[in-house]
Structure formats: C-alpha cells, structure tokens
Design a protein around this ligand. Structure first.
Ligand code: SIN
Length: 275
C-alpha cells in the first residue's frame, strides 16, 4: 500500500466516515480523487479535519467531482454568495441572526429539477462552548427499514418539492419547484433511496391532501429516527462532504448568540432523480 493512500475511519454502521492522510490545500492525485469519491459513495458523508482551504481550493475540490451548482432560490435565503465566487455560499450566523440554514431535515436544493449531487461545507468559526453540530441520516437505510408492502407502495408515487417551504417568504413568488419520485435509485450505486424531506417536500401528487399529509408525516418521523443517523461535531477548518442524493441533514442552532461561520459549495448531478 503506497503512503499517499487516504485513511478511512467509519463513524457509524450506516453513514459517515472520517478521512485522514490527505492535505486538501495541495492538488489531489488521480488516485486520491478516486479514493475520496469511493469513500463518499460508500459512506454518504465524509469528514476532514484541519483543512484550512481557500475559496479557490474549495472550488477546485468541488470541480474534481462535477460541475459546480449555482444555488436556486435566489437571495431570500439565510446564506449569501461570496463576492467573486458565486457558487460558494457564506453561512454565517451570530447574535443578529433570525434564522440559520438547514434547521430541518432536508437534502439540499431538492426543489431544483436536478438537485446537486454533492455538497462541500467548511467551517471557519465554530461556537466556543460547543454546539452547532450537524446531524446526517442515511436515506438508503431509512428506505431499507420500511416494510416490503410500504416500499412497493412508495415506489409508485411522486412528490412536489417546493422552495417556498424552506426559503424566506418575503415578496418573492417564483420559488423553484420540482416533482421527483418518492423513491429514487442512486445513479452511481443503484441503491434505492427514500427521497422526500421535511424541508422541501409539500405534497404527494397521486394522493389526497389528507392522505399525503399523513404519509409524509410518517416518513419525516421515520427518516429522523436515530438508527440511521450520526452527529458531526465541527472544529475550525473541518469539512463535511455529503452525497446529497442518498442523505439528509439537519443543522442544530443551539449556539445563539455565538458565531458559527462557514462556506458551502455544491456540484451538479447528471440527470433528474429517477427510479
Ligand atoms: C446546510 O443545510 O447546508 C447547512 C448544514 C450546516 O450548516 O451544518
């Protein structure tokens, strides 16, 4: 085994691994990119510590895995684009914040026709007394744990994902909205994924509103069970890199009035989610 192999430490049975023996401030070899991509597919979310990367290096990292995704939903959101780097969003929260990004179970931008395949979030400042952790859940394991009749029923359904549900309301009316299958197949692993989330999903198209609300509430409670989740504790210069097609996450805002400040970039999926 050559010495430039990355190290991989799984953090829970279903999701998450910590990656070591790699310096993301330096160009990655093709082998390192392959190993990181394989770990990302296998573990759903991978974490790096002590990586003081610049915006240019964060862009380069994202571009190693796909074309960068420009956020849909405009400026009515809690994150803002970084000057000169429109694909990087600043997620800075402090005593003046009225809300933060992602304080609900969601996959990023599922209201887009083609949601991002992956997200890379680095934190520069973390709260001094702890807090500000992020929960991650495996939507593979959540799907696998459903009964066979429920899986078969869900596989016939589609759902509306509406940006208006998560983003600020304001005066804006043209939020992005998309319809995706309730169960999708991951385009790279072929595994089935439960693809509705409390942040964006509003309605199951084929059901009455009453039926849709009852089923979605059951599925939101299901995905939030601790059995297929893990909790990540950030340090300054930690990076979380998640597969947005098969995971959901929840950012915990327990640190007000302290500061948590980070930057997220995303790369595009190849096609609309499908079964
Ligand atoms: C997000 O939803 O992208 C934010 C996650 C976090 O801040 O931990």
């Amino acid at each position: 085994m050559s010495s430039d192999r990355i190290s991989i430490k799984p953090l829970s049975p279903h999701i998450g691994a910590e990656i070591g023996n790699v310096d993301l401030t330096r160009p990655l070899s093709e082998q390192q990119k392959r190993e990181i991509h394989d770990a990302f597919l296998k573990h759903g979310v991978i974490f790096f510590h002590d990586q003081d990367i610049s915006f240019a290096q964060q862009m380069e990292l994202a571009q190693s895995f796909g074309h960068v995704h420009i956020h849909v939903g405009g400026e009515g959101t809690a994150s803002k684009p970084v000057p000169d780097y429109p694909a990087i969003r600043r997620q800075h929260f402090d005593k003046d914040s009225k809300r933060i990004s992602g304080e609900v179970w969601h996959s990023d931008q599922s209201c887009a026709e083609i949601p991002p395949a992956g997200s890379i979030l680095q934190q520069k400042i973390v709260p001094p007394d702890g807090g500000g952790d992020t929960l991650f859940a495996s939507a593979y394991a959540a799907y696998d744990a459903l009964s066979a009749p429920m899986q078969a029923f869900l596989e016939k359904l589609t759902a509306v994902h509406d940006g208006a549900k998560l983003f600020d309301k304001g005066t804006k009316t043209d939020y992005p909205k998309a319809v995706h299958p309730v169960v999708i197949r991951h385009p790279e692993t072929g595994r089935k994924v439960l693809f509705v989330n409390e942040g964006f999903t509003t309605r199951i198209v084929e059901l009455s509103k009453e039926e849709s609300d009852a089923l979605l509430n059951m599925l939101y409670a299901h995905i939030a069970k601790p059995h297929w989740q893990m909790r990540f504790h950030w340090r300054p210069n930690s990076i979380a890199f998640w597969d947005n097609r098969c995971t959901q996450h929840f950012a915990i805002w327990d640190y007000w009035p302290n500061v948590r400040s980070g930057y997220r970039v995303q790369f595009e999926g190849d096609a609309r989610p499908s079964f």
